[in-house]
Design a protein around this ligand. Structure first.
Ligand code: DQA
Length: 174
């Protein structure tokens, strides 16, 4: 079986300072659009990814995507991310949020910063959704803002990565 490889959907501006962001989508998110739309909205995953890609282009970010219903594929994508040049991860872990020590360990293992996103407000739902194995090692958590949450996460990710990039001679004040 071929390994799941993130697909890159944004060429961005291709210029210097292009930022590489990986968006990971967990189980059942491939059903968005028809899955409990009163909870998750009517946008499909492709709709959401198109919006992220468009915003990424404006911000100078190349965004890669992987949705998987298999925990190990998300873990493998994280393992491959540093050598693929990924600088920041935005993840909606879906139900793995509440169960996956493996995803937590993978994030700690690769030491990549990430923002955890949920379409719904998990804190306003069942008690079991209020435990996350990822939140305390995430840079931030965005929950309950629907698809917009991914765009806020992308903007914060780009800002964070840019803040850590070395400044050019024009910016150094010399
Ligand atoms: C979700 C919330 C999770 O509890 C649930 O299992 C999902 C989606 C969200 O985006 O609101 O699959 O991550």
């Amino acid at each position: 079986m071929a390994a799941a490889t993130p697909s890159s959907s944004s060429q961005g501006n291709g210029g210097q300072g292009q930022i590489n962001i990986l968006v990971l989508q967990g189980p059942n998110l491939n059903l968005l659009g028809t899955r409990e739309p009163e909870v998750y909205g009517y946008d499909t995953l492709d709709d959401i990814h198109a919006r992220i890609t468009a915003r990424g282009s404006e911000l100078g970010a190349t965004v890669s995507y992987l949705q998987s219903n298999a925990e190990h594929e998300l873990v493998n994508a994280l393992h491959a991310a540093p050598s693929a040049g990924v600088e920041f991860v935005v993840i909606n872990p879906g139900a793995f949020t509440h169960t996956s020590v493996a995803l937590r360990d993978a994030f700690l293992g690769v030491a990549l910063p990430f923002i955890e996103v949920h379409l719904s407000n998990v804190h306003a739902r069942e008690a079991f959704r209020q435990t996350s194995y990822l939140s305390d090692v995430a840079v931030a958590v965005i929950t309950g803002l629907g698809a917009e949450g991914y765009l806020y996460a992308l903007e914060a990710a780009v800002q964070r990565v840019r803040a850590q990039q070395p400044k050019g001679p024009r910016d150094s004040g010399s």
